[in-house]
Design a protein around this ligand. Sequence first.
Ligand code: SAH
Length: 467
Amino acid sequence: MDHFPIFVNLKGRRVVVSGAGETAVAKLRLLLKTAATISVYGLDVHPDIRTWAEAGKLRLSARPLQEGDATCAVLLYGANDDPAEDRRVAEIGRRAGAMVNIVDNLAESEFITPAIVDRDPVTVAIGTEGAAPVLARRIKAQVEEALPQSIGALARIGQGFRKQAEALPMGRRRRDFWSRFYFKRGPQALAKGGEIAAREALSELLDDSLNARADLGRVFLIGAGPGDPELLTLKARALLHEADVVIHDQLVTQPILELARREAIVVETGKKGFGPSWKQDDINALMIKHAAQGRHVVRLKSGDPTVFGRLDEEMDALDDAGVAWEIVPGITAASAAAASMGASLTKRGRNSSLRILTGHDMQGFAEHDWRDLAKPGATAAIYMGKRAATFIRGRLLMYGAPDNKPVTVVENASRPDQKILSTTLLALPELLTAARVDGPAILFLGMSPRAALEAADEIADKKTEIL
Ligand code: SAH
């Protein structure tokens, strides 16, 4: 991010616009929404600028900007549509200590004006660092659609009620009160009885909230899915957005964590590289501590929390401490990886059951029903299987699995750096090393990706033809 978004209070501050044509008019339309003191300098004055000047909305000097004109200005716009002239006035602006924007010239500007959705006092600013104005316009249109005009009215009414709302303790209870107003009671009341009704709704809601007994904290054990934030459930997303505390495993990706509120306490418990990971007891204690303070705690685990998520230990600890909890399922790595392979996890005629295995458990490499797994057509999704690959191969070959039993490795499923490797049981451990599979990976025993299957079918067809 090169351009840091901020909202500047322009009330009573000086803004200078050099240029008086169409380009200047476009900027002035935005600037006139503020309470800035605006001065325009330029020849060939556009009629709109004249009208605004006559109405006292801005000060017009029908001549080029000169040294001294930008004194005390905080912002200066070069809107002359003339690179040489814009450069000249930009220098004057800089010497006067103003921040300078040359319209449509990112390289020579200190700041840029974003696309704006105006629901005063709610303002949404959209910027793409100049990379994609078309995209900004598209997003603007979508945001316009998502923000009804009534949002502005509700925000204004809410603004006038902030003092009274301080009767509620800061934090969750106050936030809940406001979200109920903005997203439920407020819009309903406004639609039925206008602003007066919305104000009444606010007072009623405050009474209700003050009378409600203090909320106890709760822990949500949430599946974050395999990494792609679009694969989060809507429920997970909403709860994450509401969370006071987010306690997450190392496999939870950054784009997902960014959905948490800025004020939320975010704690990572997994190990990074060879760093230490948290003890389960410490994680439990942390969840309980925050919940006891009435906080809304999100315990975020990769994939689905009920699959190799050490969930039971956490549920037991929460039960013992009398803390309420709820599980929100997520998309497990095997589902995401199968989707990436373009393959089904079950298939008529191939496998009517699927095993979900772990490569190692508390005792070390995990033992399974190898005889059954070695049978033709047997399939399994193996989690945490990388380090156990040689062991798994040894066991399966010992129980009669063919050397060429297909194995597909999906690393970083659903993430930008996803890799799909198609191999055989015999070649598996060496492939994992050679391909440097460092990220989280699922091993699919007895399954090939769709493309590989098709290629194999083609070869088989050709052989038949030759024969
Ligand atoms: N609860 C998780 C599994 C946690 S165990 C789930 O349901 O997916 C951790 C193992 O999950 C990793 O060792 C790896 O085998 C697998 N895994 C997690 N995320 C993955 C991803 N994006 N791609 C491939 N495998 C993944």
